[in-house]
Design a protein around this ligand. Structure first.
Ligand code: ATP
Ligand code: MG
Length: 334
């Protein structure tokens, strides 16, 4: 059953995956309006609900196992819907197991360090899903499109010589490989919005008073560099999609489809990790039985020694499937 779902999800996300080593040209290779044969928004909503359920289940196991961590990297042009994707895709998971960090223009303190420093400080712990709303990939995108950002980075002259971008790609690939080797899986999503859909969304933000706060004049200035960003992103995808941390380009012109795509890629990674609840050792089980005996002996007159166990047995007798998941105490657990 789980294998079946995993297989379906793997097939669904395949068209979004950037084959490591391939040369990507966004405008040519990825259609922002693609919807993988999902015709109706209603059907889309159902699929998203399924995805959210899978994520909730796997995140709980990820936290319980406390061995792997997951970093979700979200990159997009303005108005592609990073915030809404985070809100919807993570709607079912326990907030205690998730951290979200947004990255803006670097501070003076951040500029006083190596370029990966501020991102390294925000990495998720084992058992956690960390989300980067923008990420170290800004270092090969906005920094490349607006070179004055690089001037502010206070790099020694030698570090600016030669092909700085190819070097950055290599450094990022190495860093991601190091993280993956040490138990942190990296899921990288580029939310691919068309220029026309961005225009419509900006207008919406201007026309709807409740959305005015989301709009900034800077967004329109950045729009003038749309093609430069697309080129820098194509280069980034071509050089940093690796076997250990591949990129996925998610069609973003339809928000509902984008959310399914994002949820599916994250779910796929969690299913690959396949985290398990820790097994209880015989010794530990024995200890629990001793504690249980003590608690039962404290039952006041007339009270069931273990009301929970009585309830479990009743449910098991009624054929309630849930009871089977709970190891009924009393030595017969397992
Ligand atoms: P919102 O949805 O709220 O607009 P946002 O992520 O677009 O979210 P903004 O404050 O509008 O947030 O923009 C952050 C800006 O910071 C972006 O223009 C981004 O390119 C810029 N930025 C992020 N990282 C870097 C960096 N390393 N160097 C220079 N600029 C950066
Ligand atoms: Mg913005």
């Amino acid at each position: 059953m789980a294998d079946d779902a995993q297989h379906r999800i793997a097939e669904f996300i395949e068209p979004f995956r950037v084959e490591p080593g391939s040369k990507v040209k966004l405008g040519r290779d990825f259609d922002p309006a693609f919807k993988a044969g999902v015709k109706k928004k209603r059907k889309g909503r159902k699929l998203l609900a399924e995805g959210v359920k899978i994520l909730a289940e796997y995140q709980e196991r990820l936290a319980a196992q406390d061995t792997w961590g997951v970093l979700l990297v979200l990159q997009a042009l303005d108005a592609a819907g990073k915030d809404g994707t985070i809100r919807h895709v993570m709607s079912g998971v326990n907030p205690q197991g998730v951290s979200v960090h947004g990255f803006k223009v670097p501070s003076a303190e951040e500029l006083d360090h190596d370029f990966l420093w501020r991102y390294a400080k925000r990495l998720p712990a084992r058992g956690e899903i960390g989300i980067f709303n923008r990420s170290y990939y800004e270092e090969t995108l906005v920094v490349r499109v607006h070179p004055e950002n690089l001037d502010r980075q206070r790099l020694p002259r030698a570090a600016k010589k030669g092909d700085i971008w190819n070097r950055r790609y290599r450094e990022i690939n190495d860093w991601e490989r190091y993280l993956t080797d040490n138990g942190f899986r990296i899921v990288k999503l580029f939310l691919n919005l068309s220029k026309e859909e961005q225009r419509r969304r900006f207008l919406r933000r201007i026309d709807l008073p409740d959305h005015n706060w989301k709009f900034s004049a800077a967004d329109v200035r950045e729009r003038e560099c749309f093609d430069d960003y697309r080129k820098a992103m194509s280069e980034t995808l071509s050089h940093t999609s690796t076997e250990w941390a591949p990129w996925y380009v998610i069609p973003a012109d339809r928000k509902w489809f984008m959310r399914i795509g994002a949820a599916a890629v994250l779910a796929h990674t969690l299913m690959e990790i396949d985290p398990r609840f820790p097994a209880v050792s015989d010794e530990r089980r024995q200890q629990l039985q001793e504690v249980k005996g003590g608690l039962e002996a404290e039952a006041p007159d007339g009270a069931a020694p273990d009301p929970f166990e009585a309830e479990l047995r009743r449910k098991a007798g009624n054929g309630d499937g849930r009871a089977k998941d709970v190891p009924v105490a009393g030595g017969a657990a397992g």
